[in-house]
Structures are given as structure tokens and as C-alpha cells.
Design a binder for this molecule. Sequence first.
Ligand code: PEP
Ligand code: MN
Length: 356
Amino acid sequence: MILSFQKAASDECLNKALRRLSENGLAAQIVESASRRLIVITSECDSMPGHFFSQLEGVEKVVKLTARSPLAEDSGCATVGIGSEERRGRLFIGLGRKPVVIGGPCSVESREQIFEVAHAVKIAGAGALRGGAFKPRSNPYDFQGLGLDGLKFMAEAAESARLPVISEVMSPRDVEICEPYLDVFQVGARNMYNYDLLRELGRQTKPILLKRGLSATIDELLQAAEYVLASGNLQVILCERGIRTYETRLRNTLDLSAVALLKSLTGLPVLVDPSHATGKRELIRPLSRAAIACGADGVIIEAHCQPEKSISDAAQAISPAALADIVKDVDLIADTLRQIDKTSEPDSSPEECILR
Ligand code: PEP
Ligand code: MN
């Protein structure tokens, strides 16, 4: 069960409600964002009369859980703001916002490399900088990333280019030390099922980019999001990055039907990563176009100033010039979609529809 409180409800009011629930043997916790204050009751409470909940001070709405991922499937968490004006800059992702393009290298390779690429993707029109410092590599002998030093280089570069930073953390123990140097915690595909990490990120105040697992179903992705949301962090961005199929010509298969479905099931913003989905630089542009056309809130793309020389994932890295072309495509497609949506709004009379 979820208790939704009036926006103006005080901390005291929520804590009082928590105490009342606890006195009645119910486990519950507060979940909140800038615009919402909720208490999620995790124990079974069918035997309690409905008025017990609705009469708690400050409660506006009582929502009975029917869905498996009620917070993820709630349309309330529709826009996520990342970064801050004071530091590296701010960007909004989600409903009613222009689709975003996020760019940057697979890995932070050196201070010079990340400074060069940060400024290049900014000039290309990207709204945020991605880059891995802690790399989840399939082979333990491959480059594992520069770790915290790499993240510090990236934070410096991003501050100089004024771009919010998105970077992966792989373990709950890295969350606290990484927090000052990033604006969005990325959960990689291999960690979508790492529930300790998801819970720890649920206790953070910065947004989470949750990538779909290599063979995760859509329900598993939503339930992973639910771990973060139910632990208190309502700022989750989902990311479709391709799934394993029988196809061998591509690194993965980009599941655009998942994007359209997620947009209908949840209010959470949805991004597409065409880089890891295909593994081929020549496919990044067409799939970015398709992603925006089917409703994604943006794309996150691997870009490098010398793409062929990338230490990791060189075959899918694109140049800043290629990223700039995608930024233009995304703007044009988003404008066209807005026009189509405007003309198909059911506000015109039937005669006008026939004439058109
Ligand atoms: C990444 O984005 O750097 C990455 C490793 O992607 P994924 O987790 O989707 O494989
Ligand atoms: Mn990569």
C-alpha cells in the first residue's frame, strides 16, 4: 500500500504516521522527491480497515498495490533533473522536455583525453557527459578503468565544459566515495540484478540511470527500478541498451518495442544506448533516429576524439562530428513528432479532419 501525503505535509506528520504504522506491526518507509511525499507500506495490511490509513494526518490518497512495481508504474516520476547550475550545469530528462543527447567515451583513459572529449561533445551539442571510470569488463585481463582517479578527471573536465556527469558504480562500497564527482549514478547492464547496489542507490539524493540487463525481461527491469524507488529515490531513468538474442552480426539486439512499451507502462524517462546495442559505429545514427521516433527521451552514445584508438569498445565509438549530426537529427525528429502530435490532437471537428 502507498500513502500519498499533501505536498505541504511536515516531517513531523510523516514520522507520526510511521510511528502509528509501526505500533500496528506494519513495516513502512518514507519515499520522497522534490514534488512528492509518500509512505510505502511493505507488510501485508489487508486486515486493516481502509479508514485507518486515510485518516492518518496529512494523507491525501491511499493507493492499494495491484502492480508488481507500483512506484515504477506510477506516472508521477516523469521528469528527472540532473546536475546543478552552480557546478557542472543542469539538464532535464523526460516528459515534456526536449529529447537529450548524452555523449562521451566508453572509458576515461587519461586527464587529457577526457578534457578533450568533454569539450568536443559540448561543442557537438550534447547535454551531459558519459564516461566509465569503474569498468565492468567481461574479461578480467582487459582495461578495468582508472577508478576514482578517472572519475576525478572527468568531474574536472565536465566542470570546465559545463556538462553534468554520468558514470557507473559497480559496488555499494563505491557509492559514497564517487558521489561528489558525478551527477548521475549509472547501474550497468551486468549490475541490474545487484540488489544491494540498487538499495544503496535508493538512499542517494542524485538520479540513477538504470540499464536493462543483458537478458532481462521488462518486468525484471521495472522491478529493479522498484528497488531504487522503494528505497527512497524517485529519480530513476531507464535505459534500453540491447538484449542478447540469437543474432551474431550485432553485439546485441536493440529492443525498440521495449522503449514504446516502457513509455506506456511507466512515467519514468527512458533513454536508448545504441552504442552497446549494436557495437557498430555505422549503426549509431540510424538507431538514434529510430529511438527518438518511437518515444525515447534521449540517447546515450559513446564518442571519442580518436574513435579507432579508444581503449575499450573502439568499434562502436563515433567522432564528435558524427555526434553533432545526431544532435541535429534528434532535434528535427523531436520537432516533427511535436507537429504530428499537435495535428492529431482530437480538438478539431470531424469535418476539419476529413478536409485535412
Ligand atoms: C557502459 O555504458 O559503459 C556499459 C558498460 O554499458 P552496459 O552496462 O550497457 O554494457
Ligand atoms: Mn562501452
